[in-house]
Design a protein around this ligand. Structure first.
Ligand SMILES: [Zn+2]
Length: 54
């Protein structure tokens, strides 16, 4: 009787970017820190991998 293969464990999703590896952030410029728009940047929590760091 062959042992059933366990499914590959999925890596935990990063809670910050929800596994996308990207987060949107507001872009601010100048001394007044005026918000000029939004930009997508890579997630600093998982460093863009989308997987929760250990
Ligand atoms: Zn992340």
């Amino acid at each position: 009787m062959a042992a059933k293969k366990a499914p590959e464990p999925k890596p935990a999703e990063c809670s910050v970017c929800k596994g996308t590896g990207e987060v949107s952030r507001t872009v601010k410029v100048g001394r007044k820190r005026r918000t000029v728009g939004r930009q997508t940047g890579f997630c600093l929590n998982c460093l863009g991998s989308g997987e929760a760091p250990n």
